[in-house]
Design a protein around this ligand. Sequence first.
Ligand code: SAM
Length: 307
Amino acid sequence: MSLIDNYGRPLTHLRISITSLCNYNCFYCHLEGIEKVNDLLTPNEIGIIAYAASALGIRKFKLTGGEPLLRPDIVDVVKEIASIKPLDLGMTTNGYYLDNLANKLAEAGLMRVNISLPSLNPNKFRVVTGINGLSRVLKGIKAAINAGLNPIKINYVVLKGINDDEFWNMIEYARSIGAILQVIELEPIGISRDVFMKYYISISVFEKMIKEKAVKKIIRYSLHARPVYTLDNGAVVEFVRWFCNPKFCMHCTRLRLTPDGKLKTCIINGDEVDLKYALRPIPKLNLIKKLIIKANYLRKPYNKLSI
Ligand code: SAM
């Protein structure tokens, strides 16, 4: 049984940010809506929170950052969560360190991975990320496939005038490696209004083009009611469109955990509940559960239906 919030939405997912550090310097990054922090939860503390969450019906976990692969103890973090037998354990990563780590992560219990890929053009890739790393990331993606992580999703945040002309190339690349392309609309978090106004482009236009060609459509009601289309050549394209989209929030099923142990209820307008004092000096499982229940009741949709 899942917890249900005041808007009738079940709570089934926990997105766990394990560091605020990143080796990239993407000018559009929302930083998962968190400040830079130093006092990180240990793998064991993350495992205890996941255990408490699991007892409350939260069985799907996604690791994120900053860049999660920068944590030297990343394999231990994965092992801790895998030990509670989740229904899903994924990670979103920039892929830069994946080549060496993919096998170890899969062995530790990671099931699947989302890899950020802002461009297939090495120069544009460098302009966006500040890193000359495209070929290394492409190697990392291959390593993830070879390690059996499945599905592989390619995260493509569409930026006007930078990579919006790569839409079809991105679809073809993802198809050619058997991955799902996740087309993500730019969110106005962690960036200035000027940057948002300059690079924001609605992805509805892209979705319309795909919808017309698709041979199959499913809706991921389990998270944000994201539409997923299949084309006749086998390409699979998922759309993550938050802007003025009440369905996105109506089907939000998650809480977020910050690297220093706070539960956030929404990336855009979230309240926070601090779990740290329930973890230290010794973990108090019942109190952690009570705080998760409290955070669930604080969840509220950002985009609301207007009647
Ligand atoms: N470093 C990891 C990565 O690259 O996947 C995890 C953190 S990153 C913040 C998580 C995802 O958020 C990435 O797919 C990234 O492209 C996406 N993202 C970053 N800033 C965004 C923004 N302003 N709007 C929408 N998505 C964004």
